[in-house]
Design a protein around this ligand. Structure first.
Ligand SMILES: [Mg+2]
Length: 274
């Protein structure tokens, strides 16, 4: 699998969350075939570059490309909300070494510095909830709750406990939570991608459906923002408050609708251009 030929002068960056935004396991194929055709067209006619900005790890994302039958690869991937990868000519994913190393170094230092605080959080979570604490190589601290409600409670507690360490942050996606560094999330990663292509937030488009998308949906990182109809309430509120597009269609079809909204291309079924 390869990328399409690179546009001579990139004109805009398209940033898509994967699960729930482009991909929906209830559909077959999980990513609509029309999506790829529109991206191909926008690339040829307008010189856009596109990527996936996901909480998945890079190997999980590669599985996603295969499962969803991507006809061509994106130009970049942000994995685990913070690691940047670009494909080489053989479709192998290579890290943005400078960014990924800086990110890893800062996260490592922060976790070392916050060891006691994380221990305290872990104790409280394990005593008060049925949630599971995760600790593994490359993933120093995370939580999987039993339900959305339980995660709501956990996040409420974290807001109080973590105030002591302003650099420590977390990324939540439904019942999953990953601790990390405030400065490394989907939004700062997208800005770094834009910088790589010599563009700014004014030329960035982003679409997402969940908590971990909030930073990349901020006007500081993307001037053109959207969410699919299935997005959680917090995301829909943010999009409404910042003048973005709340698509009428869900998942991948919402992504298609948003591309028509911002980049034109005529009318799509059931929707009038606005
Ligand atoms: Mg999502």
């Amino acid at each position: 699998m390869h990328t399409l030929p690179a546009p001579p002068v990139p004109s805009a960056i398209l940033s898509f969350d994967f699960d729930g935004t482009l991909h929906f396991s209830g559909e077959s194929p999980p990513v609509p075939a029309d999506f790829f055709e529109i991206v191909r067209k926008l690339r040829e006619e307008q010189g856009v570059v596109w990527g996936i900005n996901t909480g998945r790890s890079m190997p999980q994302m590669v599985e996603g490309f295969i499962e969803s039958q991507f006809p061509f690869l994106p130009d970049w991937v942000v994995a685990r909300e913070r690691e940047i990868y670009f494909p080489n000519n053989f479709g192998r994913w290579l890290p943005h070494s400078e960014w990924n190393r800086r990110c890893e170094k800062e996260i490592h230092a922060l976790f070392k510095h916050s060891r006691k605080l994380l221990k305290k959080i872990r104790q409280e979570i394990e005593q008060s909830t049925g949630a599971q604490w995760l600790e593994m190589a490359g993933e120093p601290a995370g939580i999987i709750s039993q339900s959305e409600e339980e995660m709501e409670w956990i996040v409420g507690r974290l807001e109080t406990i973590i105030a002591a360490e302003p650099h420590l942050a977390w990324q939540r996606n439904s019942i999953y939570l990953r601790f990390g560094h405030r400065d490394f999330q989907k939004g700062s990663s997208l800005s770094q991608i834009a910088k790589h292509y010599g563009l700014t937030a004014a030329r960035c488009f982003a679409i997402g459906d969940s908590h971990n998308d909030l930073e990349m949906l901020d006007p500081a990182n993307a001037a053109m923002t959207a969410c699919p109809a299935n997005a959680i309430a917090e995301v829909r509120e943010k999009i409404a408050a910042t003048g973005g597009l709340i698509a009428r269609a869900a998942h991948g079809y919402g992504s298609i609708e948003a591309l028509y909204h911002y980049f034109g291309g005529g009318q799509i079924e059931g929707n009038s251009p606005s």
